[in-house]
Design a protein around this ligand. Structure first.
Ligand code: S3P
Length: 448
């Protein structure tokens, strides 16, 4: 359904966003590989994570919802997965499908993986290459796209794999396959990426090392065939979801909000550093550690932003936040340069193309590059920087495109409409009611 955001002011209040998506997927998967019961609180109950839960159930784990965000996983142990009877449907979720391919590759079982239109276009070769070296066999459509049937290795081989892309999904898939291989499996990533897999595997009792190499690369190594023991997981708030209310508050005059319990893991917090560099008034309060991750509350107030150049080495720590940064940059003074982010072309949509099309539809000028964009902000010395708005944005089945441009509509001169709200449920099912509680005006087309 179409959803429209109208000019809003004074967003105020305190909110908790849902649990982190990356950590939620891993909590279900690692619980599946442990022997005994893993208790999870704060799990993100979005479509992506529910698809992972269904896949783990189909491979033998008992995965039970016991309350709001509270789940129990009774695992089968490393080596204990069984062949699922039907294809595993991952919907829109790249993380779910790629990490579970890692699990299956290290087991002597066969599974077929399917997904929605967006997921069926995304490249899987980056996973197929290393997992084939470990002994898994793949049958796929031309170009290595879903549907894929994967026959896991009877005797998985530990490998050392230098990944050409800085991708936590690739790293995690290889490490997960390596869990059932004898000896050490090593991934060399060209730049460090989110380390939730490493942190959580250690918490479950595996031996995982991670060291910086001499040229910016990160060398991560897991020792195979551990006995994983259940560990309670308290999933912190998702910084990628918090980004939407945070930017909304920065852009709408009079706003003052607090978002509680967000993980500020250094590999995830790049957007917040960038927004502060732009002049965003964001305070990190009550810094603490929860569930093995650094966590804080964010107090955010309306701010006049100035464009910046985002350093190339910050890309992995804000890879999912470029669409919302482009929206913030639209209201800033001067240009904001975002380069070195060619991975955006293969996310849930081509996020460079989808973002600049949204800017175009709403009267913001930009330059597009293969690896990013420059956004020319609308604020000048004499104007407050409101962008014209009034556009219809095509989301291409991408939740972050939808939420980013709805945030634009809250501060633009004219309403902004997104063509389809369905995918918001993959990562942030409570987005609309939570934003409305803060004072945002959001209407579905049929109740506008
Ligand atoms: C994720 C890794 C990132 C990110 C995705 C979640 C993860 O993808 O974009 O939303 O949980 O490992 P890449 O590893 O492909 O960069």
């Amino acid at each position: 359904m179409r959803l429209t955001a109208h000019s809003s002011k004074d967003l105020t209040g305190t909110l908790a966003v849902p649990g982190d998506k990356s950590i939620s997927h891993r909590a279900i998967m690692f619980g599946t590989l442990a022997v005994g019961e893993t208790h999870i609180t704060g799990l993100l109950e979005g479509d992506d994570v529910l698809a992972t839960a269904a896949a783990c159930r189909a491979m033998g784990a008992t995965v039970t919802r016991v309350g709001d965000g509270e789940w129990r996983v009774d695992g089968v142990g490393v080596g204990g997965l069984k062949t699922p009877e039907a294809p595993l449907d991952f919907g829109n979720s790249g993380t779910g499908v790629r990490l579970v391919m890692g699990l299956v590759a290290g087991h002597n079982i066969t599974a077929t993986f399917i997904g929605d239109e967006s997921l069926s276009k995304r490249p899987m070769g980056r996973i197929v290459t290393p997992l084939s070296q470990m002994g898994a066999e793949f049958q796929s459509r031309e170009g290595g796209r879903l549907p894929i049937t994967l026959k896991g290795a009877e005797h998985p081989l530990p490998i050392t794999y230098a990944s050409p892309v800085a991708s936590a999904q690739v790293k995690s898939a290889v490490l997960l396959a390596g869990l059932n291989a004898p000896g050490q499996t090593t991934v060399i990533e060209p730049a460090p990426t989110r380390d939730h897999t490493e942190r959580m595997l250690r918490a479950f009792g595996a031996t995982v090392t991670s060291e910086a190499g001499p040229n910016g690369e990160q060398v991560v190594c897991v020792t195979g065939q551990p006995n994983l023991s259940p560990c309670p997981i308290a999933v912190p708030g998702d910084p990628s979801s918090a980004a939407f209310p945070v930017v909304a508050a920065l852009l709408t005059p009079g706003s003052d909000i607090t978002v509680t319990g967000i993980t500020l893991n250094a590999h995830r917090a790049g957007l917040y550093t960038t927004l502060q560099e732009m002049g965003g008034n964001i305070e990190m309060l009550n810094a603490r550690e929860e569930g093995g991750e650094p966590v804080a509350d964010l107090r955010v107030r309306y701010s006049a932003l100035t464009g910046v150049e985002v350093p190339g080495d910050r890309v992995p720590s804000m890879i999912d936040e470029y669409p919302i940064l482009a929206v913030a940059a639209s209201f800033a003074k001067g240009p904001t340069t975002m380069r070195g982010a060619e991975e955006l072309r293969v996310k849930e949509s081509d996020r460079i193309a989808a973002t600049v099309a949204g800017l175009e539809a709403n009267g913001v000028s930009y330059e597009e590059f293969e690896d990013g964009m420059i956004v020319h902000g609308c604020r000048t010395d004499t104007t407050t920087g409101a962008v014209p708005g009034g556009g219809l944005v095509i989301t291409h089945h991408d939740h972050r495109i939808a939420m980013s441009f709805l945030v634009m509509g809250l501060a633009a001169q004219n309403p902004v409409t997104v063509d389809d709200d369905a995918m918001i449920a993959t990562s942030f099912p409570s987005f609309v009611p939570l934003m409305q509680e803060l004072g945002a005006t959001l209407h579905l087309e049929n109740d506008a």
